[in-house]
Design a protein around this ligand. Structure first.
Ligand SMILES: NC(=O)c1ccc[n+]([C@@H]2O[C@H](COP(=O)([O-])OP(=O)(O)OC[C@H]3O[C@@H](n4cnc5c(N)ncnc54)[C@H](O)[C@@H]3O)[C@@H](O)[C@H]2O)c1
Length: 320
């Protein structure tokens, strides 16, 4: 009797031998085939096996890739910056139904320019500072959803690079991304009857390997990347997909001149720009390619005019 597999209705089986191999830990639920603990244990195993198998990817599901932009409603936070504006230009060419740009910058002439590129696209602008309290982000989402009824894609692209501004760097580059995503979740979360959605977060190659002279910026981008990877793993629960866009050094005012942490390297910008870079146009074209791939959990590197899906190395597993 001891090693007879126990099969639950969710299709997971284990034997007591398998269970006995698990590490000793007071957090591991007591095995009681009849009780509530067994159900929790079973659901946890079931979820883990589902998540691990897919690894967050949509292999073989990219056939309708073009549809990730065409006829869709897209919110683009920071769609008027250096990388943002060229990407907005590429996005409108691909024919979304609505492109809602949220930015701290107000550039009415640029909104007109975007409308002129493709008059079939409704380009809307709302001023938005991502450091606003979460309740303000929620109010703005309510306004947008009231107008459009549904949104398919949220792009979070706000960023600053100035390691003299420690708290603001974290507030814009990380908390802003988390808050804006949190504010949209009630409209998308399948547990609330929502239809799901897609989040594309602009992180950075500095989240892979830091520019150590700007450790605050690099860490803020690593945090945004980690957050995005978790979002993608949560898809089976929320119905919301996520991937990260990680540009290499791209010629914008962001990298032209910036402060290192405690001035450890006063020439950091010049040193960085002595190496090959890419243009915002190159970055934007690959950005749109990545959006069209619509691949949950993808970690896209957009460097030197190339688009590459990065394979992340797992060094640890929570097993839950
Ligand atoms: N340029 C690069 O080499 C590079 C490399 C990797 C990642 N990135 C990231 O790409 C994104 C765009 O950077 P960029 O190079 O185009 O710089 P940029 O300075 O031209 O654009 C930054 C954008 O963020 C917006 N923004 C800044 N603070 C904001 C706030 N509080 N609220 C709302 N919006 C805010 C700006 O208005 C602007 O639209 C940033 O997240 C940046 O960190 C840039």
């Amino acid at each position: 009797m001891k090693n007879i597999p126990v099969v639950f209705k969710h299709g997971v089986s284990y034997t007591t031998r398998f269970v006995s191999k698990l590490p000793r830990c007071t957090d591991i639920p007591r095995i009681d085939h009849k009780g509530k603990d067994a159900l929790v244990w079973n659901l946890s195993l079931s979820r883990r096996s589902k998540v691990d198998k897919s690894d967050g990817d949509d292999k073989g599901k990219d056939k309708c890739a073009k549809d990730a932009i065409a006829d869709r409603n897209i919110i683009f936070v920071a769609g008027l910056g250096g990388i943002g504006l060229d990407t907005s230009r590429e996005i409108v060419k691909s024919g979304p139904k609505n492109l809602v740009i949220l930015d701290r910058l107000k550039k009415p002439e640029t909104i007109d320019e975007l409308k002129a590129i493709n008059p079939d696209v409704n380009v809307i602008f709302y001023p938005y500072d991502v450091t606003a309290p979460l309740k303000d982000s929620a109010k703005l989402m309510k306004k947008i959803f009231g107008k459009l009824k549904k949104v398919d894609l949220l792009i979070n692209g706000a960023g600053i690079l100035d390691d003299h501004q420690i708290e603001r760097t974290i507030a814009v580059n990380f908390t802003g991304t988390v808050n804006t995503t949190t504010a949209i979740m009630p409209y998308w979360d399948k547990r609330k009857g929502g239809p799901g959605g897609v989040v594309a977060n602009i992180c950075s190659v500095t989240g892979f390997n830091a520019i150590y002279q700007v450790p605050v910026y690099s860490a803020s981008k690593a945090a945004a990347l980690s957050y995005t990877m978790s979002l993608a793993k949560l898809t089976p629960i929320t119905g919301v997909k996520a991937y990260s866009i990680n540009p290499g050094i791209t010629k914008t005012t962001l990298v032209n001149k910036f402060n290192s942490w405690l001035d450890v390297e006063p020439c950091v910008a010049q040193l960085l720009l002595a190496y090959p870079t890419q243009t915002t146009k190159q970055c934007a074209k690959n950005f749109v390619k990545a959006i069209k791939k619509n691949k949950n959990g993808a970690i896209w590197k957009l460097d030197l005019g190339c688009l590459e899906a990065i394979k992340w190395t797992k060094h640890w597993d929570s097993h839950i």
